[in-house]
Design a protein around this ligand. Structure first.
Ligand code: GLU
Length: 457
């Protein structure tokens, strides 16, 4: 667009755990915003915390994004490969006296914190090393030694920003103290690396979880100290458990990879999209979401993770799956009719196992064949008559239904016809209509199963 900066957003996960649903939702909203505005969705791995970051977590995050088909633009950026950039930025701050080395010991800082706590003051360190004489003493341009860390020289001021979702937010800089930005020139701390990266990647909008709101004032001060323009900030509401506590595994808030066995990516995308945004309809494709998405309309308050809703959405997407695709996904070697019978009724893919009678002979006790207080003889007679119907009828719903209904009238008891037939075909008390099962099994298998039930009686 002429005269306007190209919109660039990013997902910047730390590979210190598997990707959870909150990060997936951030990815989706960033992606929607980029698509809506003809911008770019970039991807950065924040792996500066060497001890807690692993390649395995990184790989799982990449796979989760690929599974959800949230494609990022360009190469994956790794913080671990950008140390030189952080070093340069740190040196610049030292040269401009915006940052200084502090060698207060752990014990000194601990004592200070305790005193602050006792006096009900905010925990912060306003550092004496920043005063000019101390600057002189502790001001080497390179790493001075193990006991030093780099701090930003923070002046008293109000820090304000206009959050796209939450409106104006104000912080008091003095509450932060002279916070640390690096352990050494080669060990930048989290907030510092984020600012250097976002600035160098040309990020125009930092859209991220609300849990990062407390980092924003620090990041703003770092931008200002480096003389860099600020991005626009937008903090997304958190995803909560039904009791509004932090979402955990217990509530169904699993790692994204865990959803793969049960859910279709489109269903999860639809669900996550609608969690913190009101789209015009409940079942909505990502393309339709792009058209409607307006960052200013993302909800402010936390969204409750409702697994029932997710399951319902999933069932709607499963219903639309062509039999072939369903069979590929579940690795089931069944007829198209059997696949359709399952997809009509499934909430989660793994539950397809409940329909195992469609591909393997059911096991059941003969007691189950009994309808209410009928005796075995009556059941046997009914099944023998059903067998005749099934043998004679053409394999269509209408033909089988007509035959079985006629039989029900003759025997004066519909249950006595349909119940034993259901059990003979499925081995279950609850199943889809036995006629649908017969159609899915085919004539030969249906006959075989009824004969087997008769032989049990
Ligand atoms: N690395 C942070 C996280 O995994 C995200 C930082 C950001 O988006 O600014 O939560």
């Amino acid at each position: 667009m002429f005269g306007r900066k190209k919109i660039k957003v990013r997902l910047a996960p730390s590979p210190t755990g598997y990707m959870h649903v909150g990060t997936a939702q951030s990815a989706l909203y960033n992606w929607l915003f980029a698509k809506k505005n003809g911008g770019e969705f970039l991807f950065r791995i924040e792996d500066t915390d060497i001890e807690r970051s692993t390649k395995e977590y990184e790989q799982s995050i990449l796979e989760a994004l690929e599974w959800l088909e949230l494609k990022w633009d360009g190469e994956v950026v790794h913080q671990s490969k950008r140390r030189i950039h952080y070093r340069r930025a740190l040196e610049k701050l030292i040269t401009n006296k915006k940052a200084f080395w502090c060698n207060h010991t752990k014990e000194e800082l601990e004592a200070e914190r305790k005193e602050e706590e006792e006096n009900k003051q905010p925990p912060r360190h306003i550092c004496s090393c920043k005063s000019s004489s101390a600057f002189g003493r502790h001001y080497p341009a390179s790493n001075p030694g193990q006991n030093f860390i780099l701090r930003l020289a923070v002046n008293e001021q109000k820090i304000t920003f206009n959050d796209v979702i939450r409106g104006p937010i104000e912080f008091e800089a003095s509450l932060l103290g002279d916070f640390s930005i690096a352990k050494s020139l080669d060990e930048p701390l989290y907030n510092f690396a984020v600012v250097v990266d976002d600035a160098e990647m040309g990020i125009t909008h930092a859209i991220r979880g609300e849990d990062h709101i407390s980092n924003t004032p620090k990041q703003i001060l770092i931008y200002e100290a480096l003389g860099l323009p600020l991005p626009i900030f937008a903090h997304l509401p958190l995803i909560l458990a039904p009791d509004r506590s932090k979402l955990s595994k217990r509530h169904g808030g699993m790692a994204v990879a865990d959803y793969k066995k049960d859910y279709l990516p489109e269903a999860l995308i639809n669900f996550l999209g609608g969690l913190s945004y009101t789209f015009s309809k409940e079942i909505i494709s990502r393309e339709e979401m792009v058209k409607e998405f307006d960052l200013t309309k993302v909800h402010k308050s936390g969204a409750v993770f409702d697994v029932k809703k997710l399951n319902w959405l999933n069932s709607q997407y499963i219903k639309k799956l062509p039999p072939k695709e369903f069979k590929n996904l579940t690795n089931l070697n069944i007829s198209d009719a059997a696949a359709a019978l399952i997809t009509e009724r499934l909430e989660r893919l793994m539950d397809a196992q409940e329909f195992s009678y469609l591909w393997s002979e059911p096991q059941y006790g003969k007691e189950l064949l009994k309808w209410k207080n009928s005796g075995f003889e009556q059941v046997k007679a009914s099944l023998s008559r059903s067998l005749e119907v099934l043998k004679a009828a053409e394999m269509s719903r209408e033909a089988i239904l007509a035959g079985l209904e006629k039989l029900s009238v003759e025997l004066g008891n519909k249950g006595l016809v349909f119940w034993p037939l259901r059990v003979a075909l499925s081995g279950k008390e609850k199943s889809p209509d036995p006629i649908d099962i017969a159609l899915a099994l085919g004539k030969q298998e249906t006959i075989k199963r009824i004969e087997k039930a008769i032989s049990l009686l």
